[in-house]
Design a binder for this molecule. Structure first.
Ligand SMILES: C[S@@+](CC[C@H](N)C(=O)[O-])C[C@H]1O[C@@H](n2cnc3c(N)ncnc32)[C@H](O)[C@@H]1O
Length: 247
């Protein structure tokens, strides 16, 4: 059974509803993308909703400029292309922007055109069955995606699968357990089918370990985590390493 099939078997309605919601290009999807594209809006809103000004997100994206020339990068889910701002024109990399929503992919294409980035591959993909061979990428980015996926561990395992041995994973996600206002926001987004599974920090730790991510690091601020780790050098699943956590 493929990963996609297994996630759909476990969470069929959630997977379909969330996919439909993000693919519709309705008010919620447009509004989210407009906000995340404008740091000055995302900061204050993030402070209210997630007790976090989203600085970690934009700082992590900015580090993309340091990725070595020749790297192969997968951005899933790319959404409207917020991470594209991190690319530097003097660093030649292969960049694949993947998302399940054709609507969000169109927005990402428009963002790439606006930035004069011609060499991006846009791929319609479900994170539960990423359409690339094992060990294809040096870096996988997953910003603001885990909380939209019905089966986050399955999604992370897919990202690890397509990473080369030693390849790195970086991302952010909303987490539970940070107070009433974030909990109310999560509930609203889940009812609107924009969010699926929102775990606590220890769930994120467990998902990373279960997916075979080694040297995991998680930094939590409010209801938001920045996480990173890598696939082991041998490219095999490994038992959870003693990863750092700033939680
Ligand atoms: C909150 S947005 C994040 C997008 C972008 N990374 C960002 O930070 O703005 C969540 C994205 O996840 C995508 N998505 C939801 N379920 C997915 C799935 N199963 N596979 C791939 N993408 C998915 C949605 O289409 C949406 O673009």
């Amino acid at each position: 059974m493929t990963g996609e099939a297994s996630a759909r078997e476990q969470f069929p309605q959630t997977a379909d509803r969330v996919t439909r919601q993000w693919s519709k290009g309705n008010f919620g999807a447009r509004m989210y993308d407009f906000i995340v594209m404008h740091k000055r809006l995302a900061g204050p809103l993030g402070r209210i909703m997630w007790h976090n000004e989203m600085g970690d997100l934009y700082a992590d994206i900015a580090e993309l400029g340091d990725v070595p020339t020749g790297s192969e990068i997968l951005d899933i889910p790319c959404g409207g292309g917020v991470a594209l701002r991190g690319l530097r024109s003097d660093r030649r990399v292969r960049y694949v922007a993947a998302d399940i929503s054709p609507f969000m992919l169109d927005r990402a294409r428009a963002e790439a055109a606006r930035r004069g980035l011609a060499d991006i591959d846009f791929v319609h993909a479900n994170v539960n069955g990423i359409p690339f061979a094992d060990a294809t990428f040096d870096l996988c980015l997953s910003y603001n995606g885990l909380h939209c996926f019905p089966d986050p561990q399955r999604a992370l395992a897919e990202m690890v699968r397509v990473l080369r041995p030693g390849g790195r994973l970086r991302g952010t996600a909303v987490v539970a357990g940070a107070g009433r206002v974030p909990a109310a926001c999560v509930s609203i987004f889940q009812r609107a089918d924009q969010f699926a599974t929102v775990g606590r920090v220890d769930d994120v730790q467990r998902w990373l370990a279960g997916a075979g991510v080694i040297e995991p690091r998680i930094r939590r601020r409010g209801a938001y985590v920045l996480f990173s780790g890598r696939r082991d050098d041998a490219g095999k699943d490994s038992s959870p390493a003693e990863g750092g956590s700033d939680v």
